[in-house]
Design a protein around this ligand. Structure first.
Ligand SMILES: NC(=O)c1ccc[n+]([C@@H]2O[C@H](COP(=O)([O-])OP(=O)(O)OC[C@H]3O[C@@H](n4cnc5c(N)ncnc54)[C@H](O)[C@@H]3O)[C@@H](O)[C@H]2O)c1
Length: 314
């Protein structure tokens, strides 16, 4: 019998994690400190599962939901589990308190992964007896549609805990990557930040509208990025591969990089200007329905990628 998994913190990301584990057949125990969240989380998950079923990304919403139990107390949620996916608020005090509580109630072999987007494990696990079983397992939202998980150990994380998280994430269909040591923003948000910082700067300097900068990704770079990364992209974009590409274009990229030696904060006027342009395309009231649209586009993409993999034997 597969050992259960605990999801602690059942907001946006925790609820998404519950789907990831449950659709692979793991019994999932959810705990959240907020009674209202505990009362409503299954209804939200149910709606997401119905969508997934309609895109043929799961066989049965009913069967998947049966794997998920909501618990009123933490001890009940972690009883007999092999792994805990912590997904509480992104502050050091909250992460410290819940991780200390988990360390106290979990058996010694239980691995504790945190969904932290940027706070490294060393900031909230140093004083714990079981700090060697703690690491970051940072997902992308929603984790049941975007499979990447960044595994980031603290200096004291046992390699076996990282290996356990890697094997579990692979078993449930996620795509783990290993970050060898802690770095602010990990890899995903450093890459995203580089692109965003350049986007803000180009907009501020009046080179293009926010719409056209967005289009550069949605109609350009992003099409390849849904199935290959920047290194593979350039490897294929010169006849002789990556070294050939570098020989042709490295001076251009170096010159561009040198033009941005002093990064500026995103100023309030700049943010206001982008906000104004965005609201002409999408009103504040339409944000929620557009998020639902985004998730359905992601489901259609996931369904397409599954079919394409089978069709071309990938
Ligand atoms: N939202 C994203 O796009 C995203 C993506 C990747 C990672 N993350 C990370 O995932 C984590 C959760 O983010 P979210 O967006 O789901 O936030 P959220 O506010 O939707 O959910 C957090 C949940 O944690 C619960 N909680 C807070 N303190 C608790 C405690 N002590 N014990 C039990 N439950 C507690 C809250 O009641 C809430 O339901 C954060 O670390 C965040 O940085 C978020």
């Amino acid at each position: 019998m597969t050992q259960p998994i605990a999801v602690v913190g059942a907001g946006l990301v925790g609820a998404g994690w519950a789907i990831v584990f449950a659709r692979s057949g793991y019994p999932v125990r959810i705990y959240d400190g907020d009674a209202d969240i505990r009362a409503n989380v299954l209804a939200g998950i149910r709606a997401n599962l119905d969508d997934l079923q309609s895109f043929e990304l799961i066989e049965s919403a009913d069967a998947t939901l049966e794997h998920i139990t909501v618990c009123d107390i933490l001890e009940e949620a972690v009883d007999g589990v092999s792994y805990v996916q912590e997904s509480v608020f992104e502050t050091i005090p909250v992460k410290s308190e819940i991780t200390a509580a988990l360390d106290a109630v979990c058996g010694p072999d239980v691995v504790i992964g945190s969904s932290s987007s940027g706070i490294p494990a060393s900031a909230f696990t140093e004083g714990l007896k079981g700090r060697n079983r703690c690491l970051i397992a940072h997902p992308v939202n929603p984790p049941y549609l975007v499979p990447l998980v960044e595994l980031v150990p603290a200096l004291w994380t046992d390699p076996s805990a990282v290996q356990f998280a890697h094997d579990l994430m692979t078993a449930v269909g996620q795509s783990p990557i290993h970050i060898t040591r802690e770095v602010e923003g990990f890899v995903l948000n450093r890459l995203q930040g580089a692109l965003l910082n350049e986007a803000w700067a180009l907009f501020e300097e009046g080179y293009a509208s926010a719409e056209d900068i967005d289009k550069t990704v949605s109609e350009g770079l992003g099409l390849r990025w849904s199935f290959m990364g920047p290194f593979e992209t350039i490897d294929l974009n010169a006849p002789g591969g990556v070294a050939d590409y570098a020989a042709r274009l490295a001076p251009l990229y170096h010159s561009v990089a040198q033009s941005r030696t002093t990064p500026k904060p995103w100023g309030s006027k700049l943010i206001g200007d982008v906000e104004q342009e965005r609201r002409t395309h999408l009103s504040e009231q339409e944000l929620a329905s557009r998020r639902e649209w985004r998730d359905r586009r992601l489901m259609a993409l996931a369904a397409h990628k599954n079919k394409a993999r089978k069709a071309i034997g990938d």
